[in-house]
Design a protein around this ligand. Sequence first.
Ligand code: G1P
Length: 289
Amino acid sequence: MKVRKAVFPVAGLGTRFLPATKSMPKEMLPLVDKPIIQYAVEEALASGIEEIIFVTGKGKSALEDHFDRSYHLEETLKERKKDLLLKEVESVVPATGTIVYTRQNEPLGLGHAIWCARNIVGDEPFAVLLADDVIQTDVPVLSQMIEQFDRLRASVVATIEVDPAETSKYGIVEPDNSFSDDVVRIKGLIEKPEKDEAPSNLAIIGRYILTPRIFDILGKGIVGAGNEIQLTDAMSMLLEKQPIYAYNFEGKRFDCGDKAGFQMANLAFALDRPELKKELMAFMKELAC
Ligand code: G1P
């Protein structure tokens, strides 16, 4: 079955970016000139996703407005003959009916957020994108993963190797022996283990393709690391019934949920813009002197 739907959990409070996120969703922080969330939505649409499911919470209406038409702004840009900007603004809005919103009305964790989308996803495989993880690449990571899903017919999670001192920030995979170039069958999974408990340094990055069976497990509401219902724990239980693969994707990942990672992403994406590169390079040279 084709992967048609993608779930975006966007109910988090964004406390790491306070006070910037006091009255603005963290997903709306700009990466150069686009909000973080737009990168993930564009990635999903470019990968053939037909339905975007936002699991939102209180104070997230700016997200809905961002992906909606803004007639007043469009009219003003038209009058001022700002054609390029107008095109840009119009291109943010996916076709009518592509986006569906539901709410996570209790902060019970990532697994719970995904479970909130169960009735909208229904009985089909689906993608999950964590917008904090922004990936710079030529081929969208989700489309790389869909290709793997189509080949393996099983759940796939994106992984990278991290510094062993940093395993407690991630879901960590215990790989099976059967290695291929970029795909590894998973033997076990553990959420945020300390360095000495981690089975490897292969960390889950916020891109998943899951089978709907995960919803039955999430529905049990089992609480794990950090006292939350964890997606990693549910996947670990899913492993008893179905295989799951780790996919080491092509691309550079930035952790935009972290202040330093967010600044690095801004720099990397800005340097990718011909109109900004020269000025920024000159400024960096000046700083380094
Ligand atoms: C979540 C997941 C974790 C994963 C990480 C990737 O953690 O629970 O398994 O490694 O995203 O960014 P969070 O960063 O939301 O605490």
